[in-house]
Design a protein around this ligand. Structure first.
Ligand code: ZN
Ligand code: ZN
Length: 379
C-alpha cells in the first residue's frame, strides 16, 4: 500500500514550522480520535495522523524523511530502534494529556479527578476608616463561594440515590487503549474515561438543586474580626473560609485585604502616627502650650519651647497605633510648622514694624553675615 505523504496527512506545507505542525495535528487528532469519531476509518486515520506527527515534530527524523521519504525511516539507522524502544518518547499518556487536556480533566502530573483537592483561596477587600484600622473593628461581609451542595451532601446525586461506580472504567477514571503503530509497535495509551469524564463514577439521577455538580455558589455572611493595628495592604487570613475542597479535600482560605482611608490630621507610618502641627510666629518664638488631637478623638497638650523652628520634632510615647503582633503601641511624632501670617490687621502690622525695628531691620545678624557676603559678593 502506498503511504500518504506525512505533510499531506497533516495538511501542512513542507516548510511548516513546529507550531503549525502541532496545531494541525491537534485539530486532526481531536477530529479523528476514536473516542470521538465513530466512523469506520477514524482509527486508521488517527494512526496515520499520529505517525506523521511523531516524525514531523522530531527535527532529526523530519530531516531524514525530507531527504529519503518513508524508505529512510524504515531501513536501518533512523527508524530501526523506534518500534521496540519506547523509552525515548517518555510517557505517552502525557502526550495525550497535553493534546486532549481540554476534555481529559486530568492535570499534567497525572493525578486523577478523584484525588482530594484543597479548595481555592478567596480574596475579599475591605475598606476601613483610619480609626477602625488603628483600634480594630468587626464587620459583616458577604462572601460568595462554592460550597458542597447541602441537598445532596456533595454527592451530586438526588437523595436517596447515590452515584454508582462507572462500568466503563471500573471506577479508575481512565481507559487504556492498545494501538498498533508501524513506527512504535504496540502503544498503550491511557486517556480519561469518556463515560464518566475521568470521575470514576456516574450519577444516574442528578441532584435537583446542584444539577449533579456537587457544588453550589452561596453568598455567606461572615463576621470578620479586624484586629487593632492593621494597615493598608494587611491580609487577614480566615482559615477554611475559602472555596470547598473536592473529593474530601480541605477548603481553601479567605484572605481579607485591608484598605485604610486617610485621616484628617494624622499620617500613619507603621505603628507610629505623624502629626504636622502648625504654630504661629509668636508661639514659635516665645514657646507655648498647644492643644493637639489624639487618635482616640480626645485632646492632649504639648509644650513647645521658646525658639521652636519649622521641622522641630516632638514625641508622645505610646500615643500611636497598637502593635499588630505584640503588646504596646507606637508613638505620635509631632513636627512643627511655623506659619508666617499672610493677613495682618493694622494693629498686628504695627507690632511687626516695632519688632522689626527692635531686631535692627537693615543689619544682618552676626551668624548670617557670611551668607549675605557670599550672596552679594562683597569683599
Ligand atoms: Zn446537590
Ligand atoms: Zn468511567
Amino acid at each position: 500500500m502506498d503511504k500518504q505523504d506525512y505533510y499531506e496527512t497533516l495538511g501542512v506545507p513542507r516548510d511548516a514550522n513546529k507550531d503549525q505542525i502541532k496545531k494541525a495535528f491537534r485539530k486532526l487528532a481531536q477530529q479523528y480520535h476514536p473516542d470521538v469519531n465513530k466512523s469506520d476509518d477514524a482509527e486508521m486515520r488517527f494512526k496515520e495522523i499520529n505517525e506523521a506527527y511523531q516524525v514531523l515534530s522530531d527535527d532529526e527524523r523530519r530531516a531524514v524523511y525530507d531527504r529519503y521519504g518513508h524508505a529512510g525511516l524504515q531501513g536501518s539507522g533512523a527508524g530501526a530502534g523506534y518500534g521496540a524502544d519506547m523509552s525515548g518518547f517518555g510517557d505517552f499518556g502525557s502526550i495525550f494529556e497535553e493534546l486532549f487536556g481540554g476534555f481529559s480533566g486530568r492535570s499534567a502530573s497525572g493525578s486523577s479527578r478523584r484525588q482530594p483537592r484543597r479548595g481555592a483561596d478567596l480574596r475579599a477587600d475591605i475598606r476601613l476608616s483610619f480609626e477602625e484600622a488603628v483600634f480594630g473593628a468587626e464587620r459583616e461581609m458577604d462572601i460568595p463561594r462554592m460550597e458542597a451542595c447541602e441537598h445532596c451532601h456533595g454527592t451530586g446525586a438526588e437523595p436517596p440515590t447515590a452515584p454508582v461506580v462507572c462500568a466503563t472504567c471500573n471506577g479508575t477514571g481512565e481507559v487504556k487503549r492498545r494501538q498498533q503503530s508501524p513506527l512504535f509497535g504496540t502503544i498503550v495509551t491511557a486517556s480519561p474515561c469518556p463515560t464518566c469524564n475521568g470521575a470514576g463514577e456516574v450519577i444516574p439521577s442528578p441532584c435537583t438543586k446542584c444539577r449533579g455538580r456537587k457544588f453550589i455558589r452561596i453568598t455567606r455572611k461572615l463576621n470578620v474580626k479586624i484586629p487593632a493595628g492593621v494597615d493598608d495592604g494587611t491580609r487577614i487570613r480566615l482559615a477554611g473560609e475559602g472555596e470547598a475542597g473536592q473529593n474530601g479535600g480541605p477548603p481553601g482560605n479567605l484572605y481579607v485585604v485591608v484598605a485604610v482611608a486617610p485621616h484628617k490630621f494624622f499620617v500613619r507610618n507603621g505603628s507610629d502616627i505623624l502629626l504636622e502641627l502648625p504654630i504661629n510666629v509668636a508661639q514659635a518664638a516665645l514657646g507655648a502650650t498647644i492643644k493637639i488631637p489624639t487618635l482616640e478623638g480626645a485632646t492632649e497638650t504639648i509644650e513647645v519651647p521658646p525658639g521652636t523652628q519649622t521641622g522641630a520634632q516632638f514625641r508622645k510615647r505610646g500615643q500611636g497605633v497598637p502593635h499588630l503582633q505584640r503588646n504596646g503601641r507606637g508613638d505620635m511624632l509631632i513636627t512643627t510648622r511655623v506659619d508666617v501670617p499672610t493677613k495682618l490687621t493694622s494693629e498686628q502690622k504695627e507690632l511687626f514694624r516695632q519688632l522689626a525695628k527692635s531686631f535692627g531691620d537693615d543689619t544682618p545678624r552676626e551668624e548670617t553675615k557670611g551668607f549675605f557676603d557670599r550672596l552679594f559678593g562683597s569683599d
